[in-house]
Design a protein. Sequence first.
Length: 143
Amino acid sequence: VTVPRDTPLLWVIREEAGLTGTKFGCGRALCGACTVHVDGEARRSCVLPAGDAIGKKITTVEGLADNGVLSALQEAWIAENVPQCGYCQSGQLMSASALLAKKRAPTDEDIDAVMSANICRCGTYPRIRAAIKRAVTAKLEKP
């Protein structure tokens, strides 16, 4: 499929690839609902031109699980009952995953600094922090 280079990556992911886990929120890179990884970095796909992603590894929330096995972060999200409405969750998970890829054991300040860029209208921020900490513990406990 060929799309114009300036088409937002979000629309390519959702409409062309059929991966609907990544959400459209504000369309201005302010809310974080559209967060994906581009070469391992958390990026807002609603404003990233598809042409800028050519040749790069794109990971969406669908890619966090490994052959149907949920990641430690996804398991922690469930255990901590993070989602309420669920709309922001894919972006929250992708931001948290990028954080954990960079910092094995982030502090509360690290978590707040990264996660404050993602808006949760339901206000589940304490549960998000708890889930990130639970994921760290789960990773440290694995052999």
